[in-house]
Write a protein that binds this ligand. Structure first.
Ligand code: HEM
Ligand code: NAG
Length: 497
């Protein structure tokens, strides 16, 4: 017994020693970017990084410049901070930068889903078919119907026109977008009221998972939280099980098509349930929070609210029946488009990761070349290097609703850095092989919500002087930002004339 534990102790020590030594031994080779291992063996800069990725990277950029390698939990990440140098990484002509390897591990850990080789390709082709073009037109109508259903329902009762209701804005937006999005994609049964109650139940658990998510990914959960995550995973696998789905008659083509593919590949039912959970997360984790930012920016910027309402009045024309609008109007709302683009510039902070397969050179826009080491990960954090660059976007922290409008009212697409036209002037959806396949649906969904909120409701902050809340620093790099605290507001369904 004693011998055993001694042997085990020695082994552990050897492993820990080896791992630390590997870190200590790593030296910057000629032509490699500046290397910053941090002062803690193995962990490197992990603590500062997880606490506030934005501040950490700002500090590193000031210290090392446009490209540098940092150690985070035994792994080495090379951050490229100059957006004029993103091209070769995103295009990856040599196919030596791999997105799927990292994604595979992550979805296994978070959703329990074991990816197949063809998944990524299948996901993007299903999305091209059903989340874009004609498929999207159909889904827009379903989304509008779902939004009207959900927005007119207040705790199981019909919202009364002319009556003020009070709520927390973030929670309100997230709940509505989640329920409408979930029902549109995963389908209805014959009993709509029951569907609404089920969506409500799902949202409550979704939020619990959402709150644990960043620390779950970083493996920082305490024992009790760990158990809770396991419980939540099982809950979602059960609620989204493909057997339950059989009772639904209006599951979206997008989900139905992908599940059919998995069946054809011989994937077990239990694994399909996990796939559903992953798709629920991907499709519902960002639109709610992003709509919150859009709505609070409008409430705090009356000139923007006025412009959005004027445009809507013009495009929608004479008032018809409430919640009855032609979804084709979505294509004719440049002011609202600019509001959404500006909202995502300020609120979306994805991290793009690619594993380096084989040593290779990267040429920066400056002409300097650097060696990327095989096995390291290349990372982009466009929120800092693009969205907040004052050269590309003057006064980057300010919300300017018309930032993406030309003086003649059309969409503005010309942005410059160091006098050079820049292709990636915002990157809320990521880019390249891993670009969000749901981006067009997401935009339409959020635009419909904001359109309905601003044209069918009177809205006001309970305390008009309350500032826009700060961003929760733990979520940097995880998609859409969330506020540190919620804000009270009032809404009233307008009496239809
Ligand atoms: C404001 C809303 C949204 C934002 C900001 C957003 C952002 C993103 C980003 C940045 C990625 C890439 C992640 C990476 O590179 O690892 C991504 C992936 C993805 N998104 Fe979205 N998304 C949104 C809404 C949606 C919606 C509504 C859907 C589906 C209906 C969706 C489906 C997906 C899927 C399936 C992936 C994984 C793609 C892959 O593995 O290649 N997203 N999203
Ligand atoms: C509007 O202005 C932009 C840039 O200022 C220009 O590129 C575009 O052609 C103009 N469009 C129209 C319809 O005048």
């Amino acid at each position: 017994m004693v011998l055993w534990s001694t042997a085990l102790g020695a082994l552990l020590l050897a492993i820990v020693g080896y791992v630390c030594l590997m870190g200590l031994l790593r030296q910057r080779r000629p032509q490699e970017p500046p290397l910053d291992k941090g002062s803690v063996p193995w962990l490197g800069h992990a603590v500062a990084f997880r606490k506030n990725m934005f501040e950490f990277l700002k500090h590193m950029k000031a210290k090392h410049g446009d490209i540098f390698t940092v150690q985070l939990g035994g792994q080495y990440f090379t951050f490229v901070m100059d957006p004029l140098s993103f091209g070769p990484i995103l295009k990856d002509a040599q196919r030596k930068l791999d997105f799927t390897e990292y994604a595979r591990k992550l979805v296994m850990k978070v959703f329990g889903y074991q990816s197949l080789d063809g998944d990524h390709q299948m996901l993007h082709s299903a999305s091209t078919k059903f989340l874009m073009g004609q498929g999207l037109e159909e889904l827009n109508q379903v989304m509008l119907d779902s939004l009207s259903l959900v927005m007119r329902d207040s705790k199981g009762q019909k919202l009364e026109a002319g009556c003020w209701y009070e709520d927390d804005i973030f929670h309100f937006c997230y709940k509505i977008l989640f329920k409408a999005g979930y029902l549109s994609l995963f389908g209805y049964t014959k009993d709509k009221e029951q569907d609404l109650l089920q969506a409500d139940k799902l949202f409550k658990q979704f939020r619990k998972f959402d709150l644990l998510f960043p620390r779950f990914v970083y493996s920082l959960l305490g024992p009790r939280e760990w158990l809770e995550v396991g419980r939540l995973q099982r809950f979602f696998h059960k609620m989204l099980s493909v057997e339950e789905g059989l009772e639904k008659d209006s599951i979206s083509n997008w989900i139905a098509h992908m599940l059919q593919y998995l069946r054809e590949q011989g994937v077990a039912g239990a694994m399909q349930d996990k796939f559903n959970f992953m798709m629920l997360w991907a499709s519902q984790g960002n639109t709610g929070p992003a709509s919150f930012w859009a709505l609070i920016f409008l409430l705090k910027h009356p000139e923007a609210m006025r412009a959005v309402r004027e445009e809507a009045a013009q495009v929608l024309g004479e008032k018809r029946k409430p919640f009855d609008l032609d979804v084709s109007v979505l294509r004719h709302l440049p002011v609202l488009d600019s509001v959404m683009e500006e909202t995502l510039r300020l609120g979306a902070s994805p991290t793009l990761l690619r594993v380096v397969h084989g040593d290779q050179m990267i040429k920066m826009a400056s002409g300097k070349e650097y060696l990327l080491r095989s096995g390291d990960t290349v990372a982009l954090f466009p929120y800092l290097s693009v969205h907040m660059d004052p050269d590309i976007h003057p006064e980057p922290t300010a919300f300017k609703y018309d930032r993406f409008l030309n003086p003649n009212g059309t969409r503005k697409v010309d942005f410059y850095k160091a006098g050079k036209k820049i292709h990636h002037y915002t990157m809320p959806w990521g880019s390249g092989v891993s670009i969000c396949p749901g981006r067009f649906l997401a935009l339409n969904e959020m635009k419909l919500f904001i359109l309905l909120m601003t044209t069918h409701f009177d809205l006001e902050l309970v305390d008009p002087d309350t500032p826009i809340p700060a961003v929760d620093p733990y979520r940097w790099g995880f998609g859409t930002a969330q506020p540190t605290h919620d804000v009270r507001f009032r809404y009233r369904l307008r009496l239809s004339e």
